[in-house]
Design a protein around this ligand. Sequence first.
Ligand code: MOS
Length: 720
Amino acid sequence: MAQAAVRNGPIGKPRSRVDGHAKVTGEALYPSDIAVANPAYAFLVTSSIAKGRVRDFHLEDARAVPGVLDILTFTNTKGAFKTQPNPGGVSGGATTTLESPKIWHDGQIIAVIVADSYEAAREAAYRTVVDYEAETPAGSFDNPGVTEQAVSEVSEDHEDPRTGNAATAYAGAAVKVDARYATPPQHHNPLELFDTTCVWSGQTLTIFEPSQFVHGLRAAVARQLSMNPEDVRVESRLVGGAFGSRGGTTARTALIALAAKRVNRPVRLVATRAQGFTIATYRAETRHRIKLGAARDGRLQALFHDGWEITSRPANYSVSGTDSTARLYRCANVSTKVSIVHADRNTPGFMRAPPETPYMFALESAMDELAVALAMDPIELRRINDTDTDPIKHVPFSSRSLMACFDRAAESFGWRMRDPKPGAMRDGEWLIGWGCASAIYPAHVGAAAARISLLPTGVARVEIGAHEIGTGTQTIIAGIVSDRLGIAIDKVFVELGSSDFPPGGMSAGSTHAASVCNVVAKACDEVQRRIAQSNEQPSAGGAIEVYVENLPEGVAPDAVKKLYAGQPSFVEDDKHARYAFGAQFAEVRVHASTREVRVPRIVGAFAAGAIVNPVTARSQLMGGMIWGVSAALHEATEIDQRTARYTNSNFADYLVPVNADIPAAEVILAPEEDHIVNRLGIKGVGELGIVGMNAAVANAVYHATGKRIRELPIRIDSLL
Ligand code: MOS
């Protein structure tokens, strides 16, 4: 089935990764691998209390370690450095600086040791004695001292989606669900640790750092150090895992730049795995209350979705996923509200499908509960409530293939063989459960710029400040150029990840493929036009070089200028709702006596407009689905409530699935053409694959056991 869909749909040529060979042979150089002359090494000292202040540092023993060059603390960095919220909206910097003695969270950077060697810097960090004035912290929900605010009160841009009169409709509904759900904090654990290398050459600062937005990082660091952005360069050719963790700017970059200036040498920081839990951002824990009211035939009459999210004390970061959950189904009466809860924690940030992953767990679990209450097949419930119109804005979807995805995935999964009665399907000691859920993710596109040179040798060279975070950006760009200019793909060289190149935008929000491919296609067309118009031939008259900017309809006219200044802007469309959709299915097996949960197979079907390259798209979607299983069954950062400290900040205790946890994952690319989202019709697939999978697993666990688990992750003790 999947293969037929690939051939028939608006789906590009399958191509393997152009960066694959270098990556599997170890030749690929990530930012911390780039050799710099005469580097010094930094090691961070982080706070061992979560709330209070530093009274004093005792640095004599640290300074005495041979090789120590400098120690930065708030006492000697005052005024050199100013934390500013960055353009990506992740205000990680707001809570981790050396600007004052104040401690906002456990693991906050309070000193930077610089030494001739990594070992000397680390030794000095261990010998640093800090005298704290500690207060009792409140680390999460339910701890006395946390404070709650409605997001609509703290953010002028925020509007809680709402329509009709949900209270009245709910009161009169024949069938109701009223339930609370919870998701845990989760932390990025990219294989490439959080690193920064800063090199000064006169007044020019070059930063080697894994980044999802080199122009954004450049602008943010320039602001933090009161520099001219022209004097800052960011190099991030390859990124060893990102998924949101490298979208924003945190405090470490400016700190290391400052350290390099002070010691007059390049300085390299590679933070430890544990420090990555507190110096970078993470997915915050959330809570939800959902109320659904439906008629006996399954039609939704009322939907309430209230969400609460943890954030730090000084920041108002929130993901506000009701923007998607309020729009998924036909419903005339919707009421939503998102609140943030300030705790003594580091500031959260993006993690793959930041809003939809937790919020859709809640909604799609509630929909499954409603299907049970109605004694209706959960796919039929979704079909009855499918809609072509955004229920909040009352505008049409640019395209919407939700039920086509359900039909394809259900057929491949074998859903019609399902006995709906919980616990009815069994294989010896194992209870079998089948569950499903919808996936939705917004389809945005932004402005971008690119340069292409066609050389007399028949080689094309692309320069774009886009990002290869493992998603296949280099490969899809090479594929577009190969197709459009009729050049073999091995004659296309794609250079990206540098702020020296025209800005490709931020690799985030599943916008990158659409933004980048559209500008590269436009540049190729310009090359063709130049060849046709002037009889220009690269073989005759040297290289043909074109620089183009792409402003998709609906972006601000100064969007490219803003992009150079580190501010992404995306299309605003008042006339359409733009989303990609999918359908997720999971089979679980729950052991009848030990309650161990296994997932032998998962199936997802997705419709996301044009698929540039089915190989890399499938990898993205499969990776997302696996991450969804991980969120459902494995991943959670544990917090010691007494100290507000993460207790499993390492790869041994922070559980992620291994191959044996995910035996069979099928990805179906449902063909879909969308002539509205952008010229090439690309919606993006980076995040869609994770959305809904955690609910599909939870719904399957209910089907296997009859036990509804409303708090993730689902572990053995949840089922005893
Ligand atoms: Mo993605 S979580 O928008 O980097």
